[in-house]
Design a protein around this ligand. Structure first.
Ligand SMILES: Nc1nc2c(ncn2[C@@H]2O[C@H](COP(=O)(O)OP(=O)(O)O)[C@@H](O)[C@H]2O)c(=O)[nH]1
Ligand SMILES: [Mg+2]
Length: 333
C-alpha cells in the first residue's frame, strides 16, 4: 500500500488523514512501519502529557478543562484515551468523547480512543505510533489518558514528557495504587475535586508519601541511574476543581515549570534517548518473537533439533543458544 497521500495530508494538518492513519497503525504493524518512517522527521514538536488516575477520579473532566485552557492560549491539542479494559465501543469512552467534543471547535482538538484489542506489537507500540501521528499532524500538545496502573501504563508513559496523576479526597486506596505502580514516574500530583471535603488532607498524604520515598531512595544507589529524572525533580502537588476550572492557572504553571526543568537541566535529552530505546525494544520484541515462532514452527533444521530435545539429547537452553547463533545474535568478541 502507498500511504503517501495520507501522510502528505497529515503533515498539512488534515484531520481525516490523522484519524485514518491512527486506525491503520492500530491494526497493521507493517503499515505502521511504513507510515512512521515517512512521518518521523516531522515529529518532535509536540509536548506530550500523560494523565492517569483511577476510574472516577475525573480524568475526562480534567482533560476537558485542561484542553480548554490550552485552546484558549491558541494551542492545538491531540487527545488519546487509552483504556485497556474497555472495548472500542464502550459507552463510557464514547460518552467521554462526546462530552469533550461539545467543548471545542473541532479544528483545534482531536480526540481519539484506543482500546486494547490485541494490537500486534502491543498497546504501547500502537499508542506511541498514534502520538507520532498527532505530533506530525501539528498538535502543540498531545495528551494521553490512561486508567489506573500496570506495566502497559508504565510503558505508555515512557513517551510522556510530563506525567500527571489524579487523586481525589477520601480514603487512601489511590495512594496505595500509585505506590504499587507509577509513583516513580509521576511529575505532578493533582488532587482533583478540591470542592469535596478532605482535599487538603489528601495533599498532605501525598507529601508524606514523597518524603518517605526520598528517605528510602537515598540509600538505594542502583536506582539512582535508572531514575535520574526524579532525583533532580521533586514532584509538584496541587489541587483543582475540574468542573469549575478553579486552580488550573496554578496547574499550568507547574506543568510549565516541569517542562522548563527538562529543558534547562538537559534531562530532556535522556528522556528522548529512553523513549527511543523503549520504543525500539517494543518493536524488537514483536519482530523477534514473530521470527522465532516461525523458525521454531516451520524450519526443517529446527524440526530436527526439536526431535533431539524430545529424545533428551538436547535441552531447551542449548537449543535457544543454537538459535541465537543461527540468527547471528551472539556477542561479537
Ligand atoms: N465535585 C467534583 N466532581 C468532579 C470533578 N471533576 C470530575 N467530577 C465528577 O466526577 C465524575 C467522574 O468524572 P470523569 O471525568 O468521568 O472521571 P474518569 O473516569 O476519571 O474519566 C463525574 O461525575 C464528574 O462530573 C471536580 O473537580 N469536582
Ligand atoms: Mg474517563
Amino acid at each position: 500500500m502507498d500511504y503517501s497521500d495520507l501522510t502528505n495530508n497529515l503533515i498539512k494538518g488534515n484531520t481525516r488523514a490523522a484519524a485514518r492513519l491512527i486506525t491503520i497503525v492500530e491494526n497493521d504493524i507493517n503499515a505502521a512501519e511504513e507510515i512512521v518512517s515517512s512521518i518521523y522527521k516531522h515529529t518532535g514538536k509536540a509536548y506530550i502529557l500523560g494523565i492517569t488516575g483511577a476510574p472516577g477520579t475525573g480524568k475526562s473532566t480534567f482533560i476537558s478543562t485542561l484542553t480548554k485552557n490550552f485552546v484558549d492560549k491558541g494551542k492545538k491539542v491531540g487527545i488519546i484515551c487509552v483504556d485497556p479494559t474497555s472495548p472500542l465501543t464502550g459507552g463510557a469512552l464514547l460518552g467521554d468523547r462526546i462530552r469533550m467534543k461539545q467543548h471545542f471547535s473541532l479544528d483545534n482538538v482531536f480526540i481519539r480512543s484506543m482500546a486494547n484489542r490485541g494490537q500486534l506489537g502491543g498497546l504501547a507500540r500502537a499508542t506511541e505510533d498514534a502520538i507520532k501521528i498527532l505530533d506530525a499532524y501539528g498538535s502543540d500538545i498531545v495528551i494521553v489518558e490512561t486508567v489506573g496502573v500496570g506495566q502497559s501504563e508504565v510503558d505508555i508513559f515512557k513517551s510522556a514528557m510530563t506525567v500527571v496523576v489524579l487523586l481525589v479526597p477520601g480514603l487512601g486506596d489511590d495512594i496505595q495504587a500509585i505506590k504499587a505502580g507509577i509513583m516513580e514516574i509521576t511529575d505532578v500530583f493533582v488532587v482533583n475535586k478540591m470542592d469535596l471535603h478532605g482535599a487538603d488532607k489528601k495533599v498532605s498524604d501525598i507529601i508524606q508519601m514523597l518524603e518517605f520515598r526520598n528517605s528510602y531512595k537515598y540509600n538505594s544507589s542502583n536506582l539512582k541511574d535508572k531514575y535520574a529524572k526524579i532525583h533532580q525533580w521533586t514532584p509538584e502537588i496541587t489541587k483543582v476543581n475540574s468542573k469549575t476550572g478553579e486552580n488550573f492557572e496554578v496547574l499550568l504553571e507547574l506543568i510549565n515549570k516541569h517542562k522548563l526543568f527538562l529543558e534547562e537541566s538537559g534531562v530532556i535529552s535522556s528522556y528522548l534517548k529512553n523513549r527511543i530505546t523503549s520504543e525500539t525494544i517494543q518493536i524488537l520484541k514483536h519482530k523477534l518473537t514473530k521470527k522465532l515462532e516461525d523458525l521454531l514452527n516451520y524450519d526443517e533444521e529446527m524440526g530436527k533439533y526439536i526431535n533431539q530435545a524430545v529424545q533428551k539429547s538436547l535441552d531447551p537452553y542449548s537449543m535457544a543458544n543454537l538459535i541465537i547463533k543461527m540468527l547471528g545474535l551472539e556477542k561479537q568478541n
